[in-house]
Design a protein around this ligand. Sequence first.
Ligand code: HEC
Length: 121
Amino acid sequence: MKQLTLALAGSLLSLSAGLASAADLEAGRAAWERLNCASCHGTDAKTSIDPSYPILAGQHASYLEVALRSYQRGQAGAPPSSNVRTNAIMGAFAAQMSADDIENIAAWLASLPSDLGTRRP
Ligand code: HEC
């Protein structure tokens, strides 16, 4: 019984590891192009057309996902208590993104070279 439990725990672990790495970097790059994000943030996601626009390359994927979902909620008119970001530009862009677009673009941006912050080895 103990062995069966261990085997089950092992397969659950590998299953969740598989799910966690579901983001598709190539699909993220393609969605970035399809949705025209580079027109403001730059092709390399760090040379934007205006210095006040945030650098995205090298940012943590989870931060980017939260930001994009917050713009979506803001655009959909959710109350401020539900962690919204209201921005006319990004609200309109985030509204066009699927959940997969967000996950893949965030993973792709996080993988880009950047001097945005110190990276752990
Ligand atoms: C028309 C110009 C423009 C385009 C096109 C654009 N953005 Fe933005 N983006 C901005 C601006 C301006 C901000 C800062 C908004 C704010 O103050 O909240 C921003 C903010 C962001 C943020 C939040 C970053 C942070 O550090 O909090 C993310 C993520 C982001 N954009 C991703 C994207 C993605 C992905 C696309 C394509 C779907 C895109 N942007 C298209 C102008 C643009």
